[in-house]
Design a protein around this ligand. Structure first.
Ligand SMILES: [Mg+2]
Length: 100
């Protein structure tokens, strides 16, 4: 994950876009816009129809969501692995697993 963060940062810096890291609101907004582009791939289709018709496009939009999520985490100087693990612990408390 750290290497991915560095790869995204290098991409951004090579284009002089590093100012984006200070604009947390805009990173959050962009992440949401990319999530909407992902959702648009499914508009008026079943899941199966959408994936069959546009698997590559769906994966591109999913990647865009991750790229902005990585930038957002980097801008807040947090480890994605840490925050995801911590949130899963919170979720496990909120939604306890069923005992069998
Ligand atoms: Mg996109």
């Amino acid at each position: 994950m750290e290497q991915l963060k560095q790869t995204v940062r290098q991409f951004v810096e090579a284009r002089g876009w590093e100012g984006q890291y200070a604009l947390k609101k805009d990173l959050a907004l962009s992440l949401t816009l990319e999530a909407s582009e992902l959702l648009e791939c499914f508009q008026w289709k079943t899941s199966e129809e959408a994936v069959t018709a546009n698997r590559a496009g769906i994966l591109d939009e999913l990647a865009d969501v991750f790229i902005y999520a990585i930038q957002m985490a980097d801008s807040m100087d947090v480890s994605i692995e840490t925050i995801v693990k911590e949130k899963l612990i919170k979720n496990a408390r909120k939604y306890p697993a069923k005992s069998i």
